[in-house]
Write a protein that binds this ligand. Sequence first.
Ligand code: ZN
Ligand code: ZN
Length: 281
Amino acid sequence: MWADLENAFRQRTAYLARALSRLIFPPHCVVCRHPAAEDEDRYLCRDCLARTAFVSDPTCPRCGHTLGRHAEADTRCIECRNVPLRFDRAVAAAHHDGPARQMVLALKFAGQQHQAFPLARMLAARLRTTDILERTQAIAPVPLHRSRLRTRGFNQAHLLARELGRLARLPVDKDILRRTRNTPPQTRAPSLTARRSNVRGAFTTTSPPAVQGKTLLLIDDVMTTGATTSECAGTLKRAGAKTVFVATATRRMNLPPPDDTEPAAEPYPVESLVPPPDLDE
Ligand SMILES: [Zn+2]
Ligand SMILES: [Zn+2]
């Protein structure tokens, strides 16, 4: 009987603690800062969620670029047909546009590290529509050069990888790759050719046994032409990796997001945004 009473007391206290914390620190939408209603997701309000352009299939089986609505699912897109990409497949959660773009920029340039939580959840939801997570043996973030890491204080790709690893219960190895050259930001390199030469030879692997024969999932915040992730994948492949997948929170697309009057084929599973219990404080 005492055990029952103790249990009931504990549940009651936990409930009160949660209610009190919601009262003192009410959750706000990470994009528009609007206070979240009781039945809303704790990260994104209903409006921002509705304005987010999630990537929906058909997408290019290699680079993950959106294909026209009537494209054959196994055709490589014109974006990458003539480009030697070294990864096996790339996917992204959302178009680099609207709320998702704002979240990536806030994470990267405004030091809002908490943005990694909702972004990783979007990524997990997208990856669950593929077999990538089942096949992956370890997750690796695209590394920053140590001088940029010192200035920024954190690697946004590592924050995303760490959270995704927790959600997917996969090991994260942040030291598999190292950036040996501090390259100028890719945003300053206009063309694919310029971007590719910008990052050529910029990475090295630090632990061959962690790479040889392995299927790895490389994580970055945003993919534009794929030059950086392709260079990383090439480095891993030369070190013996069997398969290298790439997943990014957002992707710049040369096609507008689908018209929102037509719902995406894979509606975004809001349930997957609910944080695991140990985070719910
Ligand atoms: Zn909002
Ligand atoms: Zn493509």
